[in-house]
Design a protein around this ligand. Structure first.
Ligand SMILES: Cc1cc2nc3c(=O)[nH]c(=O)nc-3n(C[C@H](O)[C@H](O)[C@H](O)COP(=O)(O)OP(=O)(O)OC[C@H]3O[C@@H](n4cnc5c(N)ncnc54)[C@H](O)[C@@H]3O)c2cc1C
Length: 354
């Protein structure tokens, strides 16, 4: 197995989930990864909000996926979600449900039950070296430093509550233009957020609109801590060479809904495989990732054309289906129709200069 990099010591910039995955994979293959994280704690740049490990873009179920990524799924705190309510402008809230989970909810941050912290501890158990509170040197082999160029925005509030567990998706341009808003309550912890495409004007408080909507439904959000974040998406086809850019630093994210956990981890694995010289396996993962990124971009263009009423019709289709998870999965199929759409639309993709 010839390595593309001669040294066994591999420097990784950024200790997010992409960097941690690359590190644990490299360790598995006998390399000595060193992860530089500018925050004092892994997960320190996250907000303690709930995020969903979606279960439909890729065929592997989350537990198998985590194992392939190098982590023990059982040591991670996850909450499988089989049902959620969708609020639209033209129907009463619609309950969408499935036998298999739509998501595994995880909390992001540096606390003991947060995903980032739990992946970090698994890395430490495997003797991965960390330099916490240190900015990475310029010449790192792998760059996993997160969002580079913002294309989507998220405003949110984390709060404590006595309300029972519940998940809501809220669609409508008043709450999240070209995006979506959501409310997640699990185990007395809640996240309310609006995720939207860069708006023309920043003077509308979408989060406040979202909060008002749920207040009117009797869900009071008090004493919350606000957060704001950004997301980046790109398709750097031609640039897969050292230093490898992974996770959001490489634009590895679902363009439709901003799901980036799996893509970040898969790109971390692809970088590790490239470093150890397993180019074919790395390429297989990258092809899969790029197909999903292209489809997610097509889906985004189609989604942006919808008005509030049409979004409601789409939600109704999921509500009426006996298997809504399969509808979501099929929206990510790389088939002839999507290939043709890609040919017509690819020029509109934001391709980051390398
Ligand atoms: C509010 C929000 C909600 C989201 N919801 C979902 C969801 O529900 N499902 C989903 O799949 N995805 C979701 N995403 C996307 C997902 O969180 C990201 O795609 C994913 O975490 C990216 O991982 P990463 O490792 O690339 O980057 P990050 O997690 O951002 O990690 C990058 C790390 O690099 C460090 N760093 C940066 N620069 C340097 C430097 N110079 N030196 C050293 N360290 C550095 C940072 O401190 C940080 O720890 C959401 C994102 C946000 C912001």
């Amino acid at each position: 197995m010839a390595s593309v990099l001669m040294s066994k010591s591999i420097q990784i910039a950024g200790g997010g989930i992409a960097g941690l995955t690359a590190a644990i994979q490299l360790k598995k293959y006998g390399f000595d990864p060193i992860v530089f994280e500018k925050e004092l704690q892994i997960g320190g740049s996250r907000h303690g909000d709930y995020e969903g490990l979606e279960n439909w873009i890729f065929s592997q179920h989350a537990p198998v996926f985590m194992k392939d990524s190098g982590f023990n799924f059982k040591a991670i705190t996850t909450h499988p979600i089989h049902r959620f309510l969708v609020h639209t402008q033209n129907y009463q809230p619609l309950l969408i449900q499935s036998n298999n989970p739509f998501f595994y909810m995880v909390k992001r941050g540096s606390n003991i039950d947060d995903l980032d912290n739990q992946l970090y501890r698994q890395c430490v158990d495997q003797d991965v070296q960390f330099k916490l509170g240190e900015k990475a040197p310029k010449n790192c082999h792998i760059h996993a430093t997160g969002t580079q160029k913002a294309a989507a925005y998220i405003q949110g509030i984390n709060f404590s509550t006595g309300l029972k567990d519940q998940i809501h998706l809220l669609l409508g341009h008043k709450y999240a233009p070209k995006g979506y808003a959501y409310l997640i309550i699990i185990g007395g912890q809640g996240t309310l957020a609006a995720a939207f495409k860069k708006p023309k004007f920043f003077n509308i408080d979408y989060l406040k609109n979202t909060q008002k909507y749920f207040n009117a439904k009797g869900i009071q959000i008090r004493n919350g801590k606000q957060f704001a974040s950004r997301g980046s998406f790109s398709l750097p086809f031609l640039a897969w060479k050292p230093p490898f850019e992974i996770g959001e630093a490489g634009g590895f994210q679902d363009y439709l809904f901003g799901f980036g956990i799996r893509m970040s981890m898969m790109s971390g694995r692809a970088a590790a495989l490239s470093v150890i010289g397993e180019k074919t396996e790395a390429r297989t993962i990258l092809i899969q990732l790029n197909q999903k990124r292209k489809i997610s971009f097509i889906n985004r263009i189609l989604y942006e054309r919808l008005n509030d009423y049409q979004m409601g019709v789409l939600a109704k289709k999921l509500y009426e289906s006996s298997n809504p998870l399969s509808i979501l999965s099929s929206a990510y199929d790389w088939n002839f129709k999507n290939m043709l759409r890609w040919i017509n639309m690819s020029h509109r993709y934001e391709i980051r200069p390398t």
